[in-house]
Design a protein around this ligand. Structure first.
Ligand SMILES: [Zn+2]
Ligand SMILES: [Zn+2]
Length: 228
């Protein structure tokens, strides 16, 4: 059974925070738990999106390389690591010592050369969005749905308190999640799917397989024009 096709809202109007409550479309199919299925994307020669990873501030080059390798293999995308940039003052939110996600997205879109179809900022600083009545809500990441930019923070991924492999696995998952949004994938309710909403806690990130469920994988192929 195919899921109901979800029309993409205008990209310019929407940003999707990892923790924001995005409900599945009415009638969406609940998938059985999966132990992770790699998207069966056809050859890279069709259309390989060029994803830029943009370190914002100091980010360990080894961490960046690992994340780049993960994205490259999982999404069949070309991935480039850009030279680091400073976090823009325009995005700083002094009352909470955080950086506003929306402003970071605008900065990334502005500052990144047009040759990159997607750009994902990575920072160790705390980032936030407005969620409902909460003006400044800290998140793991945020991205523009069907847009170019996304940004991910290691601040809430245990960067200072967890073993590096744990933080790294979380970072890989959140980066893929946000890239999925930029490709137009909404949140998914399938257990283990990397597009599942974290709903405010690290638990769903840790229980994610880090991969797309079969429905999301198929949808991504459609969105990328890799399936007719
Ligand atoms: Zn999300
Ligand atoms: Zn899914």
């Amino acid at each position: 059974m195919r899921p109901r096709k979800i029309l993409s809202p205008p990209a310019s109007l929407l940003t999707v925070a990892l923790l924001a409550p995005i409900l599945p479309a009415k009638g969406a199919v609940l998938n059985p738990p999966t132990d992770g299925v790699l998207p069966t994307l056809p050859s890279k020669s069709v259309t390989a999106p060029v994803v830029a990873l943009q370190p914002l501030g100091a980010v360990d080059p080894g961490v960046l390389a690992t994340v780049a390798g993960y994205v490259r293999s999982l999404l069949t995308a070309e991935v480039e690591i850009l030279p680091p940039r400073s976090l823009p003052d325009s995005a700083y939110y002094a009352p909470r010592h955080r950086y506003r996600g929306d402003d970071l997205l605008a900065f990334l879109d502005r500052a990144t050369p047009p040759g990159y179809s997607r750009v994902i900022g990575i920072t160790d600083r705390d980032i936030s969005v407005t969620k409902g009545l909460i003006h400044d809500w800290g998140v793991f990441g945020v991205a523009k749905l069907s847009g170019r930019p996304g940004v991910v923070s290691t601040f809430r991924l245990g960067a200072s308190s967890s073993p590096v492999p744990v933080m790294l696995a979380r970072l890989e998952k959140v980066v893929v999640h946000e890239i999925g949004h930029t490709f137009g994938l909404p949140h998914c309710t399938s257990a283990g799917c990397v597009m599942r909403d974290a709903e405010g806690s690290i638990g769903p990130v840790d229980s994610s397989t880090g991969r797309l469920c079969p429905v999301c994988a198929a949808r991504l192929e459609e969105l990328l024009g890799r399936r007719s």
